[in-house]
Design a protein around this ligand. Structure first.
Ligand code: AMP
Ligand code: ZN
Ligand code: FE
Ligand code: FE
Length: 274
């Protein structure tokens, strides 16, 4: 029986590890089924799929899509689609362009507020991948404006705070359609973190998302039990992963969530990996 971690980030988005480091860590932890789910980005898959195979790791094409419901950010994980699909490639590229413009706008706001952050440094931290608020937060930590990434988010970078700028987001139905057209499936990421989540997640599942991520560091036992019941009731599969971001988010680390292959069987069968 193999163990899986289907939620990992690399330096192609806001994680700090390289794709190779993620594969090497997965091997050392005996995680044999993994998905690198960078935000709006498939770069890691192309970079490392060959190396994963050589090392006996099943690497499932994946991404964590920026979506919205009623103007709230919702993350939808996509798995097992054709990674060369042109519609997906074009949509993700556009989202990344908006992320870059938005990153620079957040820096401008911070400069106006008197924080000595530099756009060039944020771009360097994003390293050509999906630029995000964590890169801006890291730049703020580096200049000593805040003492932690978390403080940067709390004080400056969340909705309602002075340097927040929204990004491009899919409507759920559009995300489902584009992924399904390329042979893939979708799963609601970390379901319990959204405001009014019990109601919102049910609506998302009713809009065609195929599964729900019940195994995640931020999903506590009570929410896990709740979403296991909801998945069963609505005929959805379950997924899980650690949401590792390396040093960008240390409380969620690879190895802390191990999902047995058997638990993922319904999802793996849907993408022809069962
Ligand atoms: P963005 O996609 O640019 O809007 O940034 C959101 C990402 O920032 C999320 O996907 C998380 O990975 C990360 N994030 C959100 N809140 C925090 C926090 N308090 N500390 C560290 N990372 C966070
Ligand atoms: Zn992230
Ligand atoms: Fe997420
Ligand atoms: Fe994530």
């Amino acid at each position: 029986m193999r163990d899986a971690d289907l939620h990992l980030h690399t330096n192609h988005s806001d994680g700090t590890r390289t794709p190779k480091e993620v594969i090497d860590l997965a091997v050392s932890l005996d995680l044999r089924i993994i998905a690198i789910s960078d935000h709006d980005n498939l770069g890691a898959f192309f970079e490392i799929s060959h190396y994963a195979e050589e090392n006996g790791v099943m690497l499932i094409p994946a991404t964590e899509l920026s979506c919205e419901v009623d103007r709230v950010d919702i993350h939808v994980l996509a798995y097992g689609f054709d990674p060369t699909d042109e519609a997906i490639g074009a949509a993700l590229e556009r989202f990344r362009e908006v992320r870059t413009t938005r990153g620079h706008r957040m820096v401008e706001k911070l400069i106006q507020l008197g924080y000595p952050v530099r756009s060039e440094r944020v771009a360097e931290l994003a390293a050509g991948g999906s630029m995000g608020r964590p890169h801006v937060a890291r730049a703020l930590v580096e200049v000593g404006a805040v003492s932690s990434i978390d403080e940067a988010f709390q004080r400056l970078l969340t909705p309602g705070r002075p340097a927040y700028v929204p990004k491009a987001r899919f409507q759920i139905a559009d995300a489902v359609r584009i992924i399904r057209a390329a042979g893939g499936v979708t799963s609601v990421a970390h379901p319990s973190i959204y405001p009014d989540h019990a109601r919102v997640v049910r609506r998302i599942l009713e809009q065609g998302v195929d599964g729900v991520e019940v195994y995640h560091p931020q999903v506590d036992e009570e929410s896990r039990a709740h979403y296991l019941r909801v998945a069963k009731e609505l005929g959805k599969f379950v997924t899980g992963g650690s949401d590792d971001h390396g040093a960008a988010k240390t409380e969620e680390t690879i190895g802390t969530i191990r999902v047995p292959e058997e638990t993922l069987r319904p999802m793996l069968e849907r993408i022809g990996r069962g």
